[in-house]
Ligand binder design. Structure first.
Ligand code: NAP
Length: 259
């Protein structure tokens, strides 16, 4: 129970990546503050964890819109006032994939919606929670990004990275500044740059059983298989780095080096 007595704040906790982090930290004894805009989604997450016999007594689900600075700053204040536990680690892992065929077809309203969902939450989280960790020994902050900002097309279906890719390039900027300005602080701020596909466990198992992917596929994995990386980063000495994971082999390599 390596994380007994530690508290982890995880955004995008209902997503493929965030839910994997929630599960692993709970399994390792941490208290987990999990955010979502929807109570129903958090209830579903809790039920799924219980189905898999993951202990949920230390799960603290909170309904908050992380694209709203006022709502998020209230959460930070609850931590300062000790109505929520002090946090040791943050995983900032939000932002869905946006399907627009062409950037020139995106309306200004849609542009704002995408930025509000994929970019603003990461800045809002950073500005509200990094100050709580700057002087906290052993703390870490992981900003999760994807590779769509680096390439034109994603995967064998050659999906254009489009506006989702644009949001990722902004996150690389937040990462660069964050890594630089926290380099002499106690907190270990890192970017986790994922460049392979992570599906929720049910979808992954269905694709495997239908023969659409193989369990030995290095470029496609499940939330459960991926989630183990988060406690490894939290316990590591890695600081001010971009941790690039583009396959199951990269994941194994990283985890082996942190063992
Ligand atoms: N899955 C992959 O294969 C993959 C690969 C590379 C990188 N990544 C990165 O991992 C991160 C999370 O991806 P994911 O696959 O876990 O995403 P996902 O399954 O689509 O989940 C997206 C999450 O974003 C949250 N969110 C918060 N504010 C939102 C808003 N205003 N609009 C829409 N969603 C909002 C959602 O929370 P609520 O709806 O509960 O509020 C949800 O938990 C992203 O940064 C992505 O670039 C993922």
């Amino acid at each position: 129970m390596a994380f007994n007595g530690k508290t982890i704040l995880i955004t995008g906790a209902t997503g493929n990546v965030g839910s994997a982090a929630v599960k692993e930290f709970l399994k390792q004894g941490a208290s987990v503050i999990a955010t979502s805009r929807s109570k129903a989604s958090l209830d579903k997450l809790t039920a799924k964890l219980q189905e898999k016999s993951v202990p949920t007594e230390k799960l603290i689900p909170i309904t908050v819109d992380i694209s709203n600075d006022q709502e998020v700053s209230k959460v930070a204040n609850q931590i300062r006032e000790k109505t929520l536990p002090e946090i040791d680690h943050v995983i900032s892992s939000s932002g869905p994939w946006w399907k627009f065929d062409h950037l020139y077809d995106v309306t200004f309203e849609q542009w704002n919606e995408v930025m509000s969902a994929n970019v603003n939450p990461h800045f809002i989280m950073y500005r509200n929670f990094i100050p709580l960790l700057l002087n906290r020994p052993g703390s870490s902050y992981t900003l999760v990004t994807g590779a769509s900002g680096l390439i034109d097309e994603i995967g064998p279906q050659k999906i254009p990275s489009g506006i989702t890719g644009i949001t990722q390039t902004v996150l690389y900027g937040i990462s660069r500044v964050g890594r630089y300005e926290t380099r002499n602080s106690a907190v270990r701020f890192n970017e986790l740059l994922i460049s392979y596909r992570i599906e929720d466990d049910d979808t992954y198992n269905k694709l495997v059983s239908e023969g659409k992917i193989s369990e030995t596929d290095k470029f496609f994995t499940s939330s459960s298989k991926f989630g183990t990386i988060f406690p490894k980063i939290a316990k590591s000495n890695v600081k001010s780095e971009v941790i690039k994971i583009g396959s199951a082999t990269d994941l194994e390599e990283f985890e082996k080096n942190q063992a």
